[in-house]
Write a protein that binds this ligand. Structure first.
Ligand SMILES: [Zn+2]
Length: 556
């Protein structure tokens, strides 16, 4: 056959799903839909982006570009020209997404619950926004009337907003399942509402539950409690089985000429320790905290071993977490809750390197770029980068004595030098942890430590090993693809729909999944790169809500 182009592509996004879990479960006969689709389709590991964090990753899915080009690189990003952190939203994206490209050639698109799509914008088709939507009281759909339909028909919820703490497993698991059941029902209904060429929906439970439940499936985990294994050891499997059934329910509604893809934005694995990267930089003399009376009182308390970290631990152990609000000053509470550096406590005039916003990213306080930058471009910049590297390579796991940093990446290396001028505040360095077993957390003035056991109920963390599967007529059967990347998905969707691929994309069409008879030539087009638009700024109330939510999810 000379062409295998499709009329329609349906993408099921499973946030954080990984073959590290799926493969053994498939082999044990526990995921029949996955087993069937893998046997009849093409599948393999899908390399995430750096950092392998939900918003940059889904933004790369939407654009076929790396975070260095599309402009979303973590959860909270520094507003250019200031040290203020803002939760990201769709307006942080500097380039057109695949929905815009398909609309431009007259095709309708349905995008449901994809992180980084809030605030909703007019689209030919329909849009239901995802993670970093403040809540369902906000406008979260296009057309706007869709919101009332979704809430009226399905009591639709965007995310599970409750916090997970060890001990709250039952209600937590039930809440995650409830939200995803509603999402599936809404999706099955939405599939009939517009004549879509691309339908993409993201289910987030696979990520949310893995963050919380990993300790129950990993006997090596420091937070593993053998007596809970019988109760929660299969919670994650059960959720994957729910998704396996969801995939079957969706596939049942698809026409024969629809290409079905399953993708995840990153993989998942055990997360053994928190690393207080702020403290590492403070101890190295690269980050300085103001000598205010408050800061001094705090350091006196710390010398006595009284830190908000300890208090929080104690309260969590006693399951009286809500009392925290009364006992700890609001400002300290915010810092603990966010687990983040408080920018107004930083002595910027003496600070050379700082982490902001999560994602194991470090910025150099560069003169001319940062508002109070002191490090000169050129040799001084290189020297500070080297110092940061030296300090982080020194870190050892307190349990094993082994090095915990695998590699420090410079932004030019990560993105092959392809970085947009529209993302001037892109952090300079990225820390890759050994086996992805560590995660960054801020803690200046709130802990004497640099490394601790996971503090916030989070026992699983992200890896680069995402998941890919394609199934449809014209797709190779039982074929295992080796080098697929998340940035390749958007160009592959365009190719499948016979739409010219944007030359600006960083990813490549995954030609090898198409049967050998498919000798269509890839068409390319130059697209108008969107001018950077004014950033949508959340109100302080919305910002607080989103940060609280991200914290509850264990991201901050
Ligand atoms: Zn994710």
């Amino acid at each position: 056959m000379s062409t295998t182009s499709y009329q329609k592509v349906f993408v099921i996004g499973l946030d954080g799903a990984t073959y590290d879990l799926v493969l053994p479960w498939v082999e044990q006969g526990k995921l029949p839909t996955f087993a069937r689709l893998m046997e009849k389709g093409s599948w393999g590991m899908l390399k995430s982006v750096i950092p392998p964090v939900t918003p940059p990753a889904w933004s790369s899915f939407l654009t076929g570009m790396t975070p260095g080009r599309h402009g979303i690189y973590t959860f909270l990003q520094r507003e250019p020209g200031s040290y203020i952190l803002r939760p990201i939203n769709a307006t942080f994206r500097k380039v057109p997404d695949i929905g815009i490209l398909l609309n431009q050639c007259g095709k309708q698109v349905a995008l449901v619950n994809i992180p980084t799509t809030y605030p909703p914008r007019p689209i030919n088709g329909l849009l239901v926004t995802g993670l970093t939507t403040p809540g369902r009281n906000n406008e979260f759909t296009y057309p706007p009337s869709l919101k009332e339909e979704l809430i009226g028909r399905f009591d639709y919820e965007i995310e599970r907003y409750e916090k997970y703490t060890p001990g709250s497993e039952d209600s937590f698991i039930a809440a995650v399942n409830r939200v995803e059941d509603k999402r599936l029902n809404a999706t099955l209904w939405l599939m009939d509402q517009v004549d879509w060429s691309l339908f993409a929906v993201v289910f987030r439970g696979t990520d949310v539950l893995a963050h919380a439940m990993w300790r129950h499936i990993d006997p090596q985990h420091p937070a593993h409690e053998p007596e809970l294994f019988g109760r929660y050891g299969d919670a994650l499997l059960k959720h994957y089985q729910k998704m396996d059934q969801a995939i079957a329910a969706i596939q049942n509604k698809l026409d024969a000429d629809t290409l079905l893809m399953i993708v995840s934005d990153h993989g998942f694995g055990a997360m053994y320790r928190d690393v207080y990267i702020d403290n590492v930089l403070v101890e190295a003399g690269l980050l300085h905290i103001k000598k205010t009376p408050m800061a001094q009182l705090r350091s006196a308390l710390l010398r006595l071993g009284i830190s908000p970290h300890n208090i929080l631990r104690l309260l969590e152990a006693l399951h009286v977490r809500n009392l925290t609000r009364k006992l700890i000053p609001k400002q300290a509470q915010t810092a603990i809750n966010q687990g983040m550096l408080m920018t107004n406590h930083v002595d910027w005039m003496h600070t050379k390197a700082y982490p902001l916003g999560g994602g194991s990213l470090i910025s150099i306080n560069l003169a001319g770029r940062e508002p109070a930058g002191i490090v000169k471009a050129g040799s001084e910049y290189e020297e500070v980068c080297n110092q940061v590297e030296t300090e982080f390579y020194k870190l050892r796991d307190p349990g094993t004595g082994e090095r915990i940093v695998k590699r420090i990446w410079h932004k030019e290396e990560i993105y092959n030098g392809r970085i947009s001028d529209l993302v001037p505040e892109l952090p300079d360095l990225y820390i890759e942890w050994v086996d992805d077993h560590y995660t960054d957390i801020g803690g200046v003035g709130y802990s004497q430590r640099t490394i601790s056991d996971p503090l916030r109920g989070r026992s699983g963390g992200h890896t680069m090993r995402g998941l890919f599967l394609a199934h449809g007529k014209g797709i190779k059967s039982g074929y295992k693809i080796q080098d697929a990347g998340l940035i390749d998905i958007a160009p592959t969707i365009l190719y499948a729909l016979d739409v010219a691929v944007s030359r600006a994309m960083d990813g490549q069409v995954l030609l090898e999944i198409f049967e050998d008879g498919d000798n269509r030539v890839i068409q390319y087009q130059d697209i108008d790169m969107r001018e950077a638009e004014a950033l949508h700024k959340f109100s302080s109330q919305e910002q607080q809500t989103i940060e609280e939510h991200l914290k509850n999810l264990g991201y901050l």
